[in-house]
Design a protein around this ligand. Sequence first.
Ligand code: NBP
Length: 477
Amino acid sequence: GQSRIGVTGLAVMGANLARNIARRGVPVAVHNRTSARTKEFMEEYGDEGAFTAAENLADFVAALERPRRIIVMVKAGAPVDGVIEELSPLLDAGDIIIDAGNSHFADTKRRTEECAERGLRFMGIGVSGGEEGALLGPSIMPGGDPAAYAEVEEILTSIAAVVDGTPCCTQVGPDGAGHYVKMVHNGIEYADIQLIAEAYDLLRSVAGLDVPAIAKIFEEWNSGDLESFLIEITAKVLAKTDEKTGEPLVDVIVDQAEQKGTGTWTAIDALQLGVPLTGITEAVFARGLSALRDERKAASTTLAGPTPGGGADETDLVDDIRQALYASKVVAYAQGFAQMRAASAANGWDLDLGAMATIWRGGCIIRAQFLNRIRDAYAEHPDLDNLLMVPYFTEAVANAQDAWRRVVVKATEQGVAIPAFSSSLSYYDGYRRERGPANLIQGLRDFFGAHTYRRTDTEGAFHTRWAQDGAEVRTDA
Ligand code: NBP
């Protein structure tokens, strides 16, 4: 075989990845289950590079140099297992199957083991940046055996986005680590988007601004601490006028958010790890609430509450909202990184969190200036428990907190839902409390379930005989 790498699955992501690779001068074999799609691909893009089109998997495999490197870019879930089943008998020991879709990390772990039993090497790589990223330079999060990564490193780093001369691609860790990090990336994206939506709602409903004015505000915000791809495109979406009605496009878009599930996966894993991941989880819940459109319609005329607004343009409020957005964003990232740290420990992945911030600076949806700060934080403190504890972020939130509190108070008084803003503030206030109210929780648990408690002044587990003589007994001695 002559092709250095193959791509099977030529829907938008696979096609663009294959084109990206071929444009670097690498010969690529291409295949798709439905061969009409392969034919279309060749007709449209065949002259962009050295492609070998294969109608079936046997021809596809035969077109590849060894060890074979095969990128699988099909729909996540059962299709990936199906493709592995079909490919396996055609491959030789040491060949590498690379799942570049949005697979769940537990599936990647399982597939890694199943492939190893067949003598095959499996990699799960996260690819972010959507269609455009796949074609022009995505952020790539490869997981798997380092020796397998070494065989594809040159190709992957050459197609990735580049920031300050550094490719947005680095070996993340073994088995499911790459897909895990991609999952948390998507979770953070949910939180970022929710925070932006809440800021927009506040600017509109509480500050009383119109959509074009809000578009301008986001454009301004994009030149400060908040500078990021998502803030940039928020300004563009808000500035768009609907051709049919002449109204802002956002005013004719139905207010129900859809989702593909990676935010939910992130939240579920946080719950299982016991990591307080309020920002991302509230963002998932907010999409769920948005979906209840008919119920909301009925509730809007039934349930009591204040009507927001009344205020004319309030300049101070606009800047308060900016600061609240920034502080909440810091919390959401601190939580996401704390989750990756916990997952790394639980799975033995040894994740380099600074490197994750580094490869998210370009190519992906959450790309932002801000990630340089996170990279710097881990460069100085590799074992950092929480990003809020490094001076840069400690000060950023300290400076923003008065504004943040004013925004949460105002929104609450006026009846505007801000689940991500307010839960982030509650997390912040809970995290900085030396002594919280969980002592009472333990007392209650001991009362109704004899679950025991620990004392502040003595080692050991204790139980109070609430229903008997009220005396305390030590239960672990
Ligand atoms: P889709 O997720 O829409 O999948 C379509 C592809 O899967 C087609 O090539 C289809 O072949 C193939 N396929 C299916 Br469906 N079932 C198959 C089976 N049983 N055996 C073999 N092939 C099968 O494509 P996509 O939007 O390009 O996304 C690909 C992956 O990348 C997904 O995991 C996605 O979550 C991830 N991703 C997408 C984006 C994005 O912006 N779209 C971004 C980042 C990651 P056919 O032509 O024969 O039906």
